[in-house]
Write a protein that binds this ligand. Structure first.
Ligand SMILES: NC(=O)c1ccc[n+]([C@@H]2O[C@H](COP(=O)([O-])OP(=O)(O)OC[C@H]3O[C@@H](n4cnc5c(N)ncnc54)[C@H](OP(=O)(O)O)[C@@H]3O)[C@@H](O)[C@H]2O)c1
Length: 311
């Protein structure tokens, strides 16, 4: 898996492909063409979840991988999905259902999407380990898991990859979780690298009144000012260096050296190409990297994830 991650450090996320309320107006054909663009541009790590449209994103990916199987063999793809279950006895059925939708006899990575707010999550990971031993799961992933829980889980079950939000707008994990993962050889995967569009130039003022992104922590009263400062700094560096804002935001992540896999969302082939081209360009200058690191210095938040999710 490590070689595939290194050869394809940008992973295509598929939340928007699920035809779900969070990403309204997403057209099916645009999702299909975005996925094809990513694959034909060399992206080999795909991130999905049952929760992305109750399996619709998984289904779309399964159909397209099947159609493209002559061009891109299944074994060259790192297929990751996330399962939502608080019942260990239900996990095997959930995994088999995801495999059916993804049209694959095995899954390279299976994460538990969000941990319990109460209760012991270890039995769920132990069940995933049983499924790994049976050969249908390649690697077990932890998603949105606080570092103390991760330490406990990984003393019992081998965790290969850990997924959490990471961007100029959300750096909460760099103090503890990321260093701990790196010290244990656990692959770090950062999602929402573009702050769900805010770091790509999407103007918060133009978001519709009901756009769910308005509920992100970036708009909390305590964070709002920092969000504006960070996006302004990204815009400034982009202008000065003739790059897109998305490119600057992604290059800053690459420049931290903390993230092995950048899981990005794109809703159109053009956005996808913009991300991949941006990551292929030369790094930011040390001064630009330093400037953005300083401007985005985290301030205390009442929350420990970007969605106000309570764990
Ligand atoms: N484990 C978890 O709980 C979890 C949570 C969230 C996400 N994820 C995963 O991470 C993936 C990515 O995260 P995300 O979609 O939330 O956030 P993201 O990658 O930060 O943002 C995606 C948005 O960025 C904008 N964008 C994309 N390419 C662009 C470009 N070239 N130029 C300018 N803007 C661009 C678009 O915004 P507009 O729509 O405004 O155009 C797009 O919808 C998801 O698809 C999912 O697979 C996992």
């Amino acid at each position: 898996m490590r070689e595939l991650i290194h050869s394809s450090p940008a992973a295509l996320g598929s939340w928007a492909f699920g035809d779900c309320a969070y990403w309204p107006d997403q057209q099916h054909e645009s999702s299909v063409q975005t996925l094809k663009t990513a694959l034909r541009s060399g992206v080999r790590h795909l991130d999905t979840a049952w929760a992305y449209g109750n399996g619709r994103a998984e289904q779309l990916i399964g159909q397209q991988l099947h159609r493209l199987r002559g061009e891109i063999p299944r074994e060259n793809i790192l297929l990751a999905t996330k399962i939502h279950s608080f019942d260990p006895h239900a996990l095997e059925r959930r995994v088999l259902e995801s495999m059916r939708r993804l049209q694959s006899p095995y899954l390279d990575i299976v994460y538990l999407h969000w941990p319990h707010t109460t209760g012991d999550i270890l039995p769920l990971y132990q069940e995933l380990f049983r499924l790994k031993e049976s050969g249908i799961i390649g690697h077990i992933g932890a998603s949105n898991v606080p570092v103390e829980s991760l330490k406990k889980i990984s003393s019992e079950v081998p965790i290969s990859i850990c997924q959490f939000s990471f961007s100029l707008l959300w750096r909460a994990e760099e103090q503890q979780l990321i260093p701990w993962c790196r010290s244990r050889g656990i692959i770090t995967a950062g999602y929402s690298p573009l702050g769900q569009g805010l770091l790509g130039g999407t103007d918060p003022e133009t978001l519709g009144q009901k756009d769910p992104r308005r509920d992100l922590v970036f708009f909390d009263p305590e964070q709002r000012h920092r969000t504006a400062e960070v996006t302004a700094a990204v815009r400034l560096v982009a202008r000065q260096s003739d790059r897109s804002m998305a490119e600057v935001a992604l290059q800053w992540i690459a420049g931290t050296g903390m993230i092995d896999s950048i899981i990005f969302g794109a809703r159109t082939p053009g956005q996808c190409t913009g991300v991949l081209d941006g990551l292929a360009h030369p790094p930011l200058s040390p001064q630009q990297q330093q400037y953005l690191t300083e401007v985005s210095h985290p301030i205390p938040s009442s929350w420990d994830n970007i969605f106000h999710h309570i764990w």
